[in-house]
Design a binder for this molecule. Structure first.
Ligand code: URA
Ligand code: SF4
Length: 210
């Protein structure tokens, strides 16, 4: 028998955000829950016109239980402010809701989630999309993009475009794809140029709201 990892059985029969967040805390849809401290569900108002999707919680997020509160989150906050995006009108979440890591001594090293984790966790993201129904959706990085568009999606080929989710879709936001803030933190000499690219893409997304 093939056992497919999926969050599906853990979803409540409502799309209200507080109920979703509560149910996600008990998700055992893939093995990532076992070593993580807690689930990190999305954060923001259900009426947010913009949703931003990252990869998965990092070390700080795992400890605090909130998305984008570590170094990548600080960079994202700064970029959103520069782009003129109101954080109070944005919903922030991740493609995968538990932190995946390997231990090296006392340090926990982030691991890119596997495709199986992304697929398993996809029902939570789908439920958040139904709950928030954002007008504009921003995918931050390859993992978020591939959660939305499938594994053969190449971020670099679609930056600067306005996309729609693949059919059949339950919601139809205007979608923009851009780099992940963590990639900027790792970028060395290319950092400023990549940061400027992120701000430009977020500004583009903000303009789509008008
Ligand atoms: N990186 C992400 O993709 N999400 C977070 O919540 C934090 C860092
Ligand atoms: Fe469930 Fe997603 Fe956590 Fe896996 S990563 S246990 S699917 S919430």
């Amino acid at each position: 028998m093939v056992v497919t990892s999926t969050a599906e059985p853990y979803l409540p029969d409502t799309d209200r955000l507080p109920a979703l967040a509560e149910a996600a805390a008990g998700c055992r849809g893939c093995e990532l829950y076992a070593d993580a401290t807690q689930v990190v569900f999305g954060r923001g108002p259900a009426a947010a016109p913009m949703m931003l999707v990252g990869e998965q919680p990092g070390d700080v997020e795992d400890q605090r239980g909130e998305p984008f509160v570590g170094p990548a989150g600080k960079l994202l906050d700064r970029a959103l402010a520069e782009a003129g995006v109101d954080p109070a009108r944005s919903y922030l979440t991740n493609a995968v809701k538990h932190f995946a890591f390997t231990r090296r001594g006392s340090r926990r090293i982030h691991q890119t989630p596997k495709r199986s984790h992304v697929v398993a966790c996809r029902p939570w993201l789908a439920a958040e999309l139904r709950a928030v129904r954002p007008a504009v959706l921003v995918a931050l990085g390859a993992t978020a993009s591939q959660s939305l568009f499938g594994p053969s999606f190449r971020l670099g080929q679609h930056r600067g475009e306005v996309l729609h989710l693949p059919e059949p879709a339950e919601v139809d936001p205007l979608v923009v794809v851009t780099v992940h803030p963590s990639a900027i933190l790792r970028a060395g000499d290319a950092r400023e140029e990549m940061y400027a690219g992120l701000v430009a893409d977020l500004r583009h997304a903000a303009q789509l709201l008008d």
